[in-house]
Design a protein around this ligand. Structure first.
Ligand SMILES: [Zn+2]
Length: 111
C-alpha cells in the first residue's frame, strides 16, 4: 500500500474515521483570472462526499468562464472523479451516540 493510500486515523474536518487520502479541487474561471481551491485529505466518507458534491457542482457550473479555464475545468472534474472513487471505497463512519447533558426527571405526582 502506498503512503498516499494509507488510511489516516481521523478526518481533518470531523476528526472521525476511517478516512481516505483524497484531494478535492474546485475551479472557477473569471475571464482573465481564475480561482482554484484545493481540499486535501484525510477525509471520512461523509465529509468527503459533501465536499465533493459542493466543489464538483461549483466547478461544473462556474468553471468554464475563461480561456485557461476551458482546459482547467475538465482536468479538475477528472481529478475529482478519481477522488470520488477513493471516497466511495472508504467504509461508512460509525454513528456517534449522543447523550443529553442531563437526563429529564420524571414529573412528581401532584396530590
Ligand atoms: Zn469527516
Amino acid at each position: 500500500m502506498s503512503p498516499e493510500n494509507t488510511p489516516q486515523a481521523s478526518c481533518r474536518l470531523c476528526q472521525r474515521g476511517p478516512t481516505a487520502v483524497a484531494t478535492l479541487h474546485q475551479h472557477r474561471g473569471r475571464g482573465l483570472t481564475l480561482r482554484h481551491l484545493v481540499l486535501r485529505g484525510p477525509l471520512c466518507r461523509e465529509c468527503g462526499l459533501v465536499a465533493w458534491r459542493h466543489m464538483t457542482l461549483d466547478t461544473a457550473l462556474l468553471g468554464w468562464w475563461g480561456l485557461v479555464s476551458l482546459v482547467a475545468t475538465p482536468v479538475t472534474l477528472v481529478l475529482n472523479s478519481i477522488a470520488l472513487v477513493k471516497l466511495l471505497r472508504t467504509p461508512v463512519t460509525p454513528a456517534v451516540p449522543v447523550f443529553p447533558g442531563s437526563w429529564p426527571q420524571p414529573a412528581s405526582p401532584t396530590v
